[in-house]
Design a binder for this molecule. Structure first.
Ligand code: ADP
Ligand code: MG
Length: 439
């Protein structure tokens, strides 16, 4: 699915492309066409799934026709907090850069005078927190009769914050003929009642919670301080040559990286092959068969190519970067630890992954434990006085070279070398953190 298929205008698509998004998230794919058809929408999806763009993008196109009158906002977006309101405003600025829409923020902490001026100019989009909006309304500064589109975002948070009576009032103030878009991560009874009362036959777009991350998977995080691709690939080679790694699926966020990484690994004597959507089907099938048979040790994959693949016995999943969508993290690591077997996942994160990592952490409800190898490296083991030269670095550096010298790396047996000093695998055995999604 691409953004082009959703019915958005060329100018909006251009702004989306410039923001770097390539594919709509499930809530976006489901909600955008419905909003453009002017239906009421009930969107249910957890935090971090891209709900904001699922209403801002179609709103920009809908509001591009027509002009706002003083004090009569054409659309109204209610957010529970100032920060969320400000974020939505940023979204409008980013995606609406090729449109001329007037926007105003009505939140606490901004002077009434400035807000009043903005309202006088006439706004296409008014983004507000409930308290400040009702204040201004009660002072007679806003007329609600021009509101064609009302968005209630983060409804369950509104409930937690005691805003439901305010929301009911806002519903009653706006015209009955308005289009209503309503978003919530969960649907407690109180929220359901509001939806049943104030939405008209809404299209329900629900994105299922990702399945619980498999408890048989030990998850680790390797945080790198730099974004340098070379350092990253070197670290990756250490991971892939550790003890106990029978085979691995290595996920990259970008197709381009899938090819680059597969090539780099092969050049360094690691038995790897790429699989992504741009390769033709027969190549993909063949690569997959070779991976299943043990002929290929590391399958380098994109999310799309790996979706639905049934590979029963993978010892490791490695994330070359943190997936853009938190739910993909669950899908990725679910490739190991299947059928009750133990599996390990290692996620590499560099500073550019910070946002994505925060989303994954939030979804999991706790941070991913640090990958032990990283710790080990900072504290070289000094318990072998007889061999002072055997530092941690030495074997790691030489390992890929050694492997490269093998005449036929492709046919390297899947059984790992067991005689080498157990350095890189340190800290793995027996350390099985139990991971649950928060509820
Ligand atoms: P929600 O409101 O569901 O919690 P947001 O709308 O705040 O989620 O989006 C969460 C993050 O995902 C933001 O950083 C946003 O920039 C990013 N995002 C949204 N849509 C996409 C997309 N289609 N592709 C990539 N990233 C996206
Ligand atoms: Mg949101």
């Amino acid at each position: 699915m691409t953004f082009d298929e959703l019915g958005l205008s060329p100018n909006t698509l251009k702004a989306v492309a410039e923001s770097g998004y390539t594919e709509p998230t499930p809530i976006q794919a489901g909600a955008i066409p419905k909003v453009l058809q002017r239906e009421d929408v009930l969107g249910i999806a957890q935090t971090g799934t891209g709900k904001t763009a699922s209403f801002t993008l179609p709103m920009i196109d809908i509001l591009s026709q027509g002009k706002a009158k003083a004090r009569m906002p054409r659309s109204l977006i209610i957010e529970p907090t100032r920060e969320l309101a400000a974020q939505v405003a940023e979204n409008f600025e980013k995606y609406g850069k090729y449109h001329r829409l007037n926007m105003a923020l009505l939140i606490g902490g901004v002077s009434f005078g400035d807000q009043d001026k903005a309202l006088m100019r006439g706004v296409d989009v008014l983004i507000a927190t409930p308290g400040r909006l009702l204040d201004q309304y009660d002072r007679g500064k806003i007329l609600m009769s021009g509101v064609q589109l009302l968005v209630i975002d983060e409804a369950d948070r509104m409930l937690d914050m005691g805003f439901i009576p305010d929301i009911e009032r806002i519903f009653k103030m706006t015209p009955f003929t308005r289009q209503t878009l309503f978003f919530s991560a969960t649907m407690p009874t109180e929220i359901k009642r509001i939806v049943d009362t104030f939405l008209h036959n809404p299209a329900r777009v629900e994105v299922a919670r990702p399945a619980e991350t498999a408890k048989t998977v030990s998850q680790y995080l390797l945080s790198l301080k730099s974004n340098d691709p070379k350092t990253k690939r070197a670290k990756l080679r250490q991971i892939l040559t550790q003890d106990g790694l029978k085979n691995a699926i290595l996920f990259c966020n970008r197709k381009r990286d899938v090819d680059i990484v597969a090539k780099s690994l092969t050049q360094n004597g690691i038995n790897a092959a790429p699989i992504h959507g741009d390769l033709n089907q027969s190549v993909r099938t063949e690569t997959l068969e070779r991976f299943k048979s043990g002929d290929v040790t590391v399958l380098v994959a994109s999310d799309v190519a790996a979706r639905g693949l049934d590979i029963p016995d993978v010892s490791h999943v490695v994330n070359f970067d943190v997936p853009f969508h938190a739910e993909d993290y669950v899908h990725r690591i679910g490739r190991t630890g299947r059928a009750g077997r133990k599996g390990t996942s290692i996620t590499i994160a560099t500073p550019v992954d910070a946002k994505a990592l925060a989303a994954v952490t939030e979804m999991l409800g706790k941070p991913i434990p640090a990958y032990q190898q990283d710790v080990a490296e900072q504290k070289p083991v000094t318990t072998e006085p007889s061999k002072p030269k055997t530092t941690r670095r030495e074997p790691k550096k030489s390992r890929p070279v050694k492997a490269a010298k093998q005449p036929e790396p492709v046919s390297r047996p899947a059984t790992p070398v067991t005689t080498k000093t157990n350095t890189s695998g340190a800290g793995f055995a027996g350390n099985v953190p139990d991971f649950f999604l928060k509820d």
